[in-house]
Design a protein around this ligand. Structure first.
Ligand code: ADP
Ligand code: MG
Ligand code: MG
Length: 937
């Protein structure tokens, strides 16, 4: 089947995605028999006008009903009014042209013929349901009306036909209530109130205690409710009921819930809904009738088991509404064995037909089974992997087809520790933030990175709670179970690093009021002090105050060598699926990794190369920051060189480890990038310290040191450091830094070569906007490389290239490519600079931009294909023209985002680079891109 809706944010809903749904394809709309366009499609007696390919036009439900009808399955007959009619209705001031009204009337007449029942008949009244159904299923978001066609005469007809007055009047009162609520917009309470009153008067305990007489009374009262609320009697004409209900379904496309749902799942607003009008069947005629829902496999675990629930003597929503507790579907075998067997046969057939797990609805009327719906079932990431691999083993799918059944982003669910679901449910939600990095985190709250480290060393599990996190919190993040912040967006530091570490993170939980000094956080009047437990789910953003047990995922246990691959079923499936993906994809997959252990993990996850090794992250390690500060504070080149000489062996050791971990695959090492102030103490903090020392709180010597430091910090102060003295600009002003880094790289590579281990460094100069900047640095790198190779007597293959992240660099890519042997698109900075948005500040307005539909998505999360992507495309084209062998990659956060990966595949990059935990996601997304998009399309 084609790609289907997906869930980007919810655990239980992880099907392939509607992201590309915007591209409206009307290819499948069948041509009308006459020259006039067709707006109403019949399905009846084993023959339907539509079929499974017509989801755009008939909606998912309508196309499923048509397909099942064509397959000869027992589907109550009916017709579908198309999504085009819905869009026309909106365009036409909420009216349908007379031709379409006539087409609908003709369809009703056909339905009367086929069923032998008539609207409003006192002998055999035709009753129908009016059901919404858009292209992508939006369960429960829109409205359905059952038992339409009942009026004061028809109800007597229904009683006569079924010899069941209780049933007839119960159906009528349900209809008035549903119609009253959905169409006439009368609050449900108004009806409930009357119903309860009648129950009380008659001393009835449960609904079914009411007999025909009592239900006649309920109906009479309901009609009064309608008359008094609308100043019109309850409409008695079934055709009028139908028109009003149809329009109410059209209207429900734009109710707030439906709109919200579409926003979350990125379903376009303009596609509209179809309306299905279908002959009623009754699961509520007595003990030989039932209604239910089910899945052909378990949607949580993927297990091959029949899964679902049913209720005897019930109608429609009763099963999901939770008024009565439904029975597990296997019980149906006992009470209605024939219908059960038929249901098993039919659903098994549907699964084979659609080659995917089906989620179905059925009703049994007097032992006769009817199918009311079938669609691909939503499932967890875990279930998706199990199902995809099973369907291949069962030879229902080829490996390639199976790849399309798994939503790439959902794979990260398989990697994160999990809460015990029963335990999790027990606790109330305290607040919600942005679900930045999936996984379950539970631990004692700490408010500083240092405390996190101290506590962790004592063997405690901690959750780092911060207003925001900065690069120097990294050691605290490292040891924490998870990171929770009050501010920041999906690409804030905490989020980016959280994902890179596979660390569960919830960011921007605005309700948290954090008092770091007193070590307490308040959230909606509840208080948590340091050491008290907090838990959160990085997949949903939910935060709870208390402890919940977690366990690590099996896949990570296997990759870390703590568990045998043979012992983990899910690991084997996961790696099998990804090996299929590797055969299909053409994009290379690299990792963003700064340290040897991250590189090893990335390799284990399947990365073949490093796309970004940030050298400055190494500067924050144990005992290094002082040396870095000495380098920065140096007044003379000689002093600086002395400090750099101390850093050299440390960097060499880091590069040695990272290069070694990649087993000869290319490793892109970026020279120093951030503004220097990030390595120095904060100006305000220093001022306070100096003031204290001046007040006689310490020694003169210390005061002198701090004063000097403050002076230098003030000297380095910049108004806009992100646009200041950073990137290649540092290397140009302090060439000895580039020299030291190049030396560390080549010495490490030579050392490995001598040990017989291949190493392939690619030296990357950041933030280049002018070819001459790159030339300046390349001269240094090449010179040092030659020196080192000569000293060591070893030859190393290496490349020198640049990051394309400044618009000028991209626009002059043809010039830059005369020096660069590769480009790596730094799409984070490129997005900042193309939009002029600061990614640290954009959180404040980007949500409003999305609400107002100025932007569909956060451009820091998913690449803006038109603007930023347009710049990437220009740079690719110009760069390759100037140097055909130019290697092209991306190392921004977008390298791990599935829809961005589709774009990168399309523009013809050689590889994408993502944080280690997103490597599996990227492998699968790259394979899907290769199947769905041709390069250069
Ligand atoms: P949703 O998309 O919210 O599931 P549906 O249109 O599928 O809404 O219908 C809601 C409920 O009504 C379902 O339980 C469905 O099985 C039931 N239903 C819909 N049409 C009929 C019908 N013609 N006969 C009996 N039950 C129906
Ligand atoms: Mg349904
Ligand atoms: Mg950058």
């Amino acid at each position: 089947m084609a790609k289907k809706p997906a869930a980007t944010k919810k655990r239980a809903a992880t099907r392939p995605s509607p992201k590309k749904a915007g591209a409206r394809s009307r290819k499948s709309s069948a041509p009308a028999r006459s020259s006039r366009k067709k707006y109403v499609y019949l399905f009846a007696n084993g023959k339907a006008d539509g079929d499974r390919t017509m989801k755009d036009l008939l909606g998912g439900k309508g196309s499923g009903l048509a397909e099942m009808t064509n397959a000869g399955l027992p589907v109550p007959p009916g017709f579908t009014i198309t999504t085009e009619a819905c869009n026309l209705w909106y365009a036409n001031h909420r009216h349908l042209p007379k031709t379409i009204e006539d087409e609908m009337l003709a369809a009703v007449r056909r339905l009367e013929q086929v069923t032998g029942a008539q609207f409003g008949s006192t002998e055999n009244p035709l009753l129908v349901s009016v059901r919404s159904g858009a292209k992508f299923s939006m369960p429960g978001m829109m409205d359905t009306i059952l038992n339409l066609g009942l009026n004061d005469q028809a109800v007597e007809g229904l009683k006569r036909r079924t010899s069941n007055g209780r049933f007839a009047f119960d159906s009528y009162r349900r209809f008035i209530q549903m119609f009253g609520n959905v169409v006439l917009e009368i609050p449900k309470d108004a009806f409930e109130h009357e119903f309860e009153a009648v129950k009380a008067e008659r001393g009835a305990r449960i609904d079914t205690d009411l007999g025909e007489e009592a239900l006649r009374e309920v109906v009479a009262r309901y009609k009064k409710v309608v008359a008094s609320r609308t100043h019109h009697p309850f409409p008695q004409d079934p055709f009028e009921q139908l028109r009003m209900s149809r329009d109410a379904v059209f209207r429900s496309w734009n109710n707030p819930r439906a709109k919200q749902y579409r926003r979350i799942y990125e379903i376009p607003d303009h596609i509209g809904t179809a309306v299905n009008v279908q002959k009623m069947v009754f699961g509520n005629t007595g003990e030989r009738s039932a209604t239910g829902v089910g899945f052909t496999r378990n949607p949580a675990t993927g297990a091959r088991e029949f899964f679902g629930e049913f209720l005897v003597n019930a109608q429609g929503e009763d099963v999901v509404a939770g008024i009565r507790t439904p029975q597990p579907i296997n019980e149906l075998q006992k009470v209605m064995p024939h219908a059960y067997q038929e249901l098993r046969d039919i659903t098994a057939r549907l699964e084979r037909h659609y080659k995917d797990v089906q989620d179905f609805e059925f009703t049994i009327e007097e032992d006769k089974l009817y199918m009311l719906q079938t669609r691909s079932g939503k499932r967890t990431g875990y279930a998706a992997v199990v199902i995809a691999t099973d369907l291949v083993a069962e030879r229902l799918l080829t490996p390639k087809e199976a790849l399309l059944l798994v939503e790439p982003a959902s794979l990260s669910q398989l990697l994160s520790p999990v809460f015990d679901p029963a335990e999790w449910k027990k606790m109330p939600v305290a607040t919600k933030g942005l679900p930045a990095s999936p996984g379950a985190a539970s631990g004692q709250a700490v408010f500083t990175a240092d405390h996190a480290v101290d506590w962790a060393q004592q063997g405690k599990k901690v959750v780092l709670v911060r207003k925001e996190t900065a690069p120097d919190d990294i050691h605290g993040m490292e040891v924490a179970q998870g990171v929770l912040t009050a501010t920041g967006g999906m690409t804030s530091h905490a989020a980016v690093v959280g994902r890179q570490m596979g660390k569960p993170s919830v960011v921007g939980a605005g309700a948290l009021v954090i008092d770091e000094k007193n070590r307490v956080v308040t959230v909606n009047n509840q208080t948590i002090r340091e050491g008290e437990f907090v838990s959160f789910d990085g997949l949903t953003g939910e935060v709870k105050l208390g402890q919940v047990a977690t366990k690590p995922s099996e896949i990570l246990q296997v990759l870390a060598g703590k568990m045998k691959a043979e012992a983990s079923d899910i690991y084997q499936r996961f790696s099998k699926l990804l090996s299929w993906a590797d055969k299909v994809r053409t994009l290379g997959i690299r990792a963003n990794a700064d340290l040897p252990d991250q590189a090893e993990l990335a390799y284990a996850f399947g990365a073949r190369g490093i796309g970004l090794c940030r050298t400055e992250h190494m500067f924050f390690g144990e005992g290094r920051i002082e040396k870095v500060q000495r380098m920065i504070l140096a007044e003379t080149e000689a002093e600086r060189r002395a400090a750099l000489a101390e850093l050299l062996p440390l960097q060499r050791a880091d590069f040695y480890g990272v290069l070694k971990a990649m087993h000869g695959e290319p490793v892109t090492i970026r020279t120093i990038d951030p503004p220097l102030h990030e390595f120095l103490p904060k100006r305000e903090d220093l001022m306070v310290e100096v003031a204290k020392l001046e007040g006689g709180w310490g020694g003169q010597k210390e005061l002198a040191v701090k004063r000097a430091l403050l002076a230098r910090v003030e000297q380095l102060h910049e108004f806009n450091p992100m646009l200041g003295h950073r990137g290649v600009r540092l290397g140009i002003t302090y060439p000895e830094i580039t020299e030291m880094q190049a030396r560390a790289i080549f010495e490490a590579a030579c050392q490995l070569a001598k040990e017989g281990i291949k190493a392939t460094p690619e030296v990357m100069i950041p933030l280049v906007s002018h070819v001459k900047e790159l030339r300046d640095q390349k001269v240094i790198v090449d010179r040092v490389a030659a020196e080192v190779m000569k000293e060591q007597g070893v030859k190393i293959k290496y490349l020198v290239g640049t990051m394309i992240e400044v618009p000028r660099g991209a626009v002059t890519a043809d010039e830059v490519a005369t020096e660069a042997e590769f480009f790596s698109f730094g799409t984070n900075d490129l997005t900042q600079l193309v939009f002029g948005f600061s990614r640290d500040d954009a959180g404040k307005f980007l949500s409003v931009y999305q609400e107002k539909k100025i932007l569909d998505r956060d451009p820091f999360q998913s690449i803006d294909t038109v603007g930023v992507g347009g710049v990437v495309a220009i740079a690719c084209e110009k760069g390759r023209k100037a140097r055909p062998s130019l290697k092209l990659g991306v190392c921004g956060e977008h390298g791990g985002d599935p829809s961005s990966i589709h774009f990168f595949h399309k523009v013809g990059l050689n590889y994408v680079s993502a944080s280690p935990y997103r490597i599996p996601v990227a492998r699968l997304a790259a394979a899907q891109a290769a199947m769905q998009v041709k390069v250069g399309d």
